[in-house]
Write a protein that binds this ligand. Structure first.
Ligand code: FPP
Length: 253
C-alpha cells in the first residue's frame, strides 16, 4: 500500500518546506561530478511538486540556493543557475497547466539578469493560478531576510510612520519575504544532516521537523508521502498541555 493511501485527507499540512540536500554525495557515490547530482535532483523536484499538488498542499517552499551557496566553486554556481533556468523554461507550460503559482524569496540583487528575467516572467505568468504555490528560496538565508525586515521596520520608525511600540510579532512576520504565506507545519531535510542551515528560522518556530537519510535525487513521491504520514502521527501542542488540546472545543478549560 502506498503511503499516499494511508494519509488522513483532513490533516494535510498547508505549507511544507524542504531542504533538498545530498545531491553532491549522491553523485560522488556514482563516481560522477556534483552537477550530475543536481541534474538528477530536478526529477525529485518535479515529483515532489506533483505529489504536493495531488494531496492538496497549498504551499511548498524549496531551498534551491542559499546565500552561503555563493561560496561554492564558480563552475558549480554557474551550472546550478543554468540548470535552474533550463528547468524553469522546460517546466513552465506544465506548471501553468497544473494551476501552479510560482513565488521567489531571496536576495535578488545577487542574481544575474538572465536568471531574474526567466524567474520573474514565470512568476508573472502564474500569478493568478489558484492551485499549489511553489516558493523558490533562491539566494536566500534567514538571517539576510530578518536583517532586511529590521531595516524596513527601523526605516518606518525613523520616518515617523510607526512608533517602536508598534513593533509586534505580526509586523515582523509581515516584513519578511514570506509575508502572507502561512508558517510551515512541516520541514523536511534529506541526506541525513540534522541542521536548519539558515532556513526560515522565524517561520519554523512551531514546525515539525522530518529528517531522512535519503539523498535528494532519490527522494521521490513515495518518500514525500511517507514524510506527510509521519507528520500526521505527531501531536502538535504549541506549548499547551495535552489536556488543553483535548478540551479545545470547551472554552471554559
Ligand atoms: C544540495 O545538495 C542541493 C543544492 C544546493 C541545490 C538544489 C538544486 C536542485 C535540486 C536543482 C534545481 C532546482 C530546481 C528548483 C529546479 P548538495 O550539493 O549540498 O549535496 P551534498 O551535501 O551532498 O554536497
Amino acid at each position: 500500500m502506498s503511503s499516499k493511501d494511508k494519509l488522513d485527507k483532513k490533516n494535510i499540512p498547508s505549507h511544507v518546506a524542504v531542504i533538498m540536500d545530498g545531491n553532491g554525495r549522491w553523485a560522488k557515490e556514482r563516481g560522477k561530478k556534483r552537477i550530475f547530482g543536481h541534474k538528477n535532483g530536478v526529477q525529485s523536484v518535479r515529483d515532489v511538486v506533483e505529489a504536493a499538488g495531488e494531496i492538496g498542499i497549498s504551499y511548498l517552499t524549496l531551498y534551491a540556493f542559499s546565500t552561503e551557496n555563493w561560496n561554492r566553486p564558480k563552475t558549480e554556481v554557474e551550472s546550478l543557475m543554468g540548470l535552474l533556468i533550463n528547468s524553469i523554461k522546460k517546466e513552465a507550460a506544465k506548471l501553468f497547466k497544473n494551476n501552479v503559482r510560482l513565488l521567489i524569496i531571496g536576495d535578488f540583487t545577487r542574481l544575474s539578469s538572465k536568471v531574474k528575467e526567466n524567474l520573474f516572467s514565470l512568476r508573472e505568468k502564474t500569478k493568478n493560478n489558484t492551485g499549489l504555490t511553489v516558493v523558490l528560496a533562491l539566494s536566500y538565508s534567514s538571517r539576510w531576510e530578518i536583517t532586511e525586515a529590521v531595516r524596513l521596520i527601523t526605516e518606518k520608525v525613523e520616518e515617523g510612520e510607526i512608533k517602536s511600540s508598534d513593533v509586534t510579532e505580526e509586523l515582523i512576520g509581515n516584513s519578511l519575504a514570506t509575508s502572507g504565506i502561512p508558517d510551515p507545519e512541516l520541514l523536511i531535510r534529506t541526506s541525513g544532516e540534522q541542521r536548519i542551515s539558515n532556513y526560515l528560522l522565524w517561520q519554523i518556530a512551531y514546525s515539525e521537523l522530518y529528517f531522512t537519510e535519503t539523498f535528494w535525487p532519490d527522494f521521490r513521491k513515495e518518500n514525500f508521502f511517507k514524510a506527510i504520514y509521519s507528520y500526521q502521527q505527531r501531536h502538535r501542542r504549541f506549548g499547551k498541555t495535552e489536556e488543553q488540546i483535548e478540551n479545545k472545543f470547551d472554552i471554559s478549560k
